[in-house]
Design a protein around this ligand. Sequence first.
Ligand SMILES: Nc1nc2c(ncn2[C@@H]2O[C@H](COP(=O)(O)OP(=O)(O)O)[C@@H](O)[C@H]2O)c(=O)[nH]1
Ligand SMILES: [Mg+2]
Length: 263
Amino acid sequence: MKRHLIIPTYNESKNIIPLLDRVAVLGIADLTILVVDDSSPDGTSKLVRAYSEKHPEVILVERVGIRGRGTAGAVGFDIAMRLGAGAIVEMDSDFSHPPEDLPKLFAGLSQADVVVASRLAPGAIDTRPFKRRFITVLANYYARLFLESRAHRSRIRDWTTGFRAYRRAVFEKIPPGSLVSQGPSIVQEVLFRAMNAGFTALEIPFTMIDRAAGQSSFNRAIALQSLLSIPAYRVLFSPRATPVRLADLRTEKVSDNYFLIKG
Ligand SMILES: Nc1nc2c(ncn2[C@@H]2O[C@H](COP(=O)(O)OP(=O)(O)O)[C@@H](O)[C@H]2O)c(=O)[nH]1
Ligand SMILES: [Mg+2]
């Protein structure tokens, strides 16, 4: 089965190559890695492009004139699906999601359609500063209030984690081009829509580490956008809502390991 790993990057020049090296030593069978970079001013995409020339399993998806963690994820899912992925994992590029947990996430797909690596399940450890941990707890309380329903008793504790695995079937039912999120709240959108579509989820604890180098993109505007989008998902994607129109992702395949997307 083809396995695809999606890593969105923005100004991750200090982290991305060491991360790719750490994934490589794991020796995961049939793995393709899609790095989705939004023309980071620090030259992340140049580094990844050079790396991909020596490592054919690494693909750079470079976006010009478009930014956002949400749409970057959607493009990653879309290309992974076109390349025939059977299993898709997404993870952050700042080492907060330990690559050594990847085999566990892929393996979890034998039990459920979605595997959520959780900071809030029993056994999980979160080493980030108190403020960020507090925001995560509050955000999850809020997300569950709006998005969890009796129809899908998922009982997932961590709705906001970006460390996830999905079976192909999830994106066959929820086409990546129909994802509407611009920012990090895409993870809540995908989970909510997957639960409403009847997919099963499994939560496994992991140890979340504070980013290794560089700066977080998280800010008040992103927090506000996430806050407002949660009730909107409930309205847009309730089981009875009409499906959303597919977006045109305008992907150009330049070579086997370079995709270019212009805004
Ligand atoms: N392509 C892309 N990736 C992004 C963007 N914003 C954040 N990321 C990536 O998404 C992941 C999570 O972002 P991060 O800044 O660590 O946010 P935090 O974990 O909430 O503090 C990291 O791998 C970032 O490089 C963006 O606008 N575009
Ligand atoms: Mg981070």
